[in-house]
Design a protein around this ligand. Sequence first.
Ligand SMILES: [Zn+2]
Length: 584
Amino acid sequence: MALENDSELKELVRKAALLNAVQHSGKAQAGPIVGKMLGEKPELRTKAKELTALINAVLVEINSLSVEERRRIVEEKWPEMLRKERVEEERRLPPLPNASKYAQIVTRFSPNPDCVLHLGSARAIILSHEYARIYRGKFILRFEDTDPKVKRPSLVFYDKIRQDLGWLGCKVDEEYIQSDRLPIYYEYAERLLREGNAYVCTCIPDEFRNMTLQQKRCPCRNLPPKEQLERWERMLDGSYAEGRAVVRVKTDLNHPNPAVRDWPALRIIDPVRYPHPRVGSRFRVWPLYNMAAGLDDHLLGITHIIRGKEHLTNGVRQEFMYKHLGWEYPEAIHYGRLKITGAFLSKSKIIQCVNDGTCSGFDDPRLATFAALRRRGITPEAVKKLIVDVGPKTADVTLSWENLYAYNRKLLDAQTDRFFFVPDPLALVVDGVPRVFQVRLALHPEQPERGYREYVVKPEGGEKAVALKIARKDADSADVGVMVRLMGLFNVKTRRRTEDGLQASFDSEAYQDARDAKARLIQWVLPDESVPCRVVMPDASVNVGIAESACKRLKPDDVVQFERFGFVRIDVAAPGLTAYYAHK
Ligand SMILES: [Zn+2]
């Protein structure tokens, strides 16, 4: 029976293809499916060609479906496969503490919109989102924008942060903006003051600090609630100028960590000098971090706070407020610092670089912002996998860019087409080419179904010469008399390096000859079949060269591999190509 009439086999292929597509949230690839079929049905080995044709036909059908359609079919027909996939995912992260205590797990990511997001935030975002997803819970985005003076938010960043989360695939279930919530913070400030658990301190900060270091109470602490509320009114109505009064939450003056003793909860910021970008000059009293974040974590029903261990003291501070209010503190998981060597992970440096024009923008390739990673073709899946594999452990972790590249390379390798790019091109003239070569170069060495690039290499004149372009680096390192293989074409022996190029003679056709001679393989481009191409490197330098003409069909956002050069993302497609370099 011809394989294409074997409906049972066809169904098996369909299943494998759908699962492959769903599990990799992309298009199904032929390679793994051929392997799977041959593994399950060894008798098909003699019919590999027919099998590949059948698989390719099924793939055309499956890959034309939308992601949702594919998922729906798998859920309907093979729900057990998805369950298995889920269990595997859940195993990747350690379980959350006391998860069963809560009807629904709620996590949050709470950035200050004073910069775009960068790799330094990846751990907080991805762990919080992944846990919410694994437990079918809720992931909250909370903008912490209550400092219009020092960590001043800026309107552009609210949207940029939303875009960054969207790119990372972290779907937000609810969003809150703290500058909308000032009346709520005021209400709790009043309650704390009324109940004697907070006080308005008008001491000079240095004097207050000295008293706390000596574990002494300041004169404001014991004033009765009535007077505290009067002082509070004076904070609100402008009787106190900026810096003249703060609300402090009572803690333990004997606490071993002086930073915990009676921490400041709300302060005055001159609304005329420092208007807030969203709410203008409407408010003059602003909550500090521990007040706003501490209240919101409870009020928004956060069950698990996943944050860096630099927040440990904040947790201790906030627990005093929780006790005053009769609340139970959420579960808190503190992970260690994640350092990426060579990455620019400081907000102030990023902002400075963009503002002074050193960087071309927030997506400048030198930055470790998500915008820059996106522009370079680093996939959000790679960032996610890296972070999930590191997990929430408390030990500090130092990674290198190469760690991230390794994840990305693994993802891109199967999905990207190959092309030739010749940086800094020089002429290579080969004479003695015996015939016309019709070259077929696979777009992917392991996936013939992706298709080919085709070129005609035709010798001209009495010398039977062919003129090509190769990289200056390759020309410079070609020793005279040594064999070099032009990838996918033929082998040549270099004769002479001239000022403007390299002269060589045709040697042989077979790839095996090149292997035997341990010849170097180099990429090449026909001058008449080329397109100008610039590649912006991670250090913002530019490699100028030419790419083969098949690249003319590439579109912005396509990610491809320039052979022997690296993975790049197409940024501009016309008239010439501009690409951003991802990595080798
Ligand atoms: Zn005081």
